[in-house]
Design a protein around this ligand. Structure first.
Ligand SMILES: [Zn+2]
Length: 246
């Protein structure tokens, strides 16, 4: 069967049997694909020891429904500075797992691919922080069609766009003005402005949240991301543990 070439980031990897490895790949060309690498545990020649989470690869594979077959891989980068730092590993692992869980299989999404790669590049080059994580999440939600909206109150229809007060957002994506906001997470004007800027610039490092806006934005984003998951993320537990000791 004809092999195809593509660029990919490894979202998940596990050993299979004596010598094989099964990987979940986010390919630039074909979206999320699960593939088996025969002798992937040992064949350095074919797989360059690169079948690890968040490695960026150039690869050859035979596309099949269900489980594709990985022929060869070449490393574009393993993001070595991420692998040196437990906190960066925590953020990168979280980003890969959340993409894995929210992206349907075999649906190309080049904007999301670019977002994930940009985030990994940012983590590799600069100190890790919560700003970049929140920047990643708000843009991830936007690209997947779950964009946070701060336009009108879901109950009374008043425009909250230019409201200077606190509004309230729910995990289901509803927005309430200050009069109607009996439920949901509070979001002040500063946090809203920064989130909107984050969605508009698309460039990591351009937005810095204050402590308060980071806390508000973080609570909303955590709730919205969790609302799209059927079970908790393993990587989030790990990230929280690492953050707790930092
Ligand atoms: Zn209202």
């Amino acid at each position: 069967m004809q092999a195809t070439e593509c660029e990919a980031v490894v979202l998940a990897a596990m050993d299979y049997g004596e010598s094989d490895r099964i990987v979940t790949l986010f390919t630039h060309e074909h979206g999320k694909i699960r593939a088996i690498a025969r002798h992937g545990k040992k064949s350095v020649k074919r797989f360059s020891g690169a079948l690890e989470v968040f490695a960026r690869l150039h690869l050859q594979l035979v596309l099949k429904e269900g489980l594709s077959s990985l022929r060869t891989t070449e490393i574009v980068t393993v993001f070595p500075h991420i692998r040196d730092d437990l906190l960066k590993i925590g953020y990168a692992g979280y980003a890969c797992e959340v993409v894995d869980r929210l992206l349907p299989e075999a649906m190309g999404n080049q904007r999301l691919f670019r977002l994930l790669v940009s985030y990994l590049e940012q983590l590799d080059a600069f100190p890790a922080g919560a700003d970049d994580r929140r920047f990643f999440e708000v843009n991830l939600l936007k690209i997947l069609g779950y964009r946070l909206s701060f336009e009108t109150c879901s109950r009374c229809g008043t425009s909250v766009r230019s409201s200077s007060g606190t509004i309230y957002c729910t995990s289901a994506g509803e927005t309430f003005c200050s009069d109607c906001g009996t439920s949901g997470y509070p979001l002040g004007q500063e946090a809203r402005t920064l989130l909107q800027k984050a969605m508009a610039t698309g460039r990591f490092g351009a937005i810095r949240f204050s402590e308060n806006s980071l806390r508000e934005a973080g609570a909303v984003l955590d709730a919205v991301v969790a609302s799209h998951l059927t079970r908790p993320l393993h990587s989030l537990q790990f990230l929280q543990q690492v953050l707790g000791v930092h």
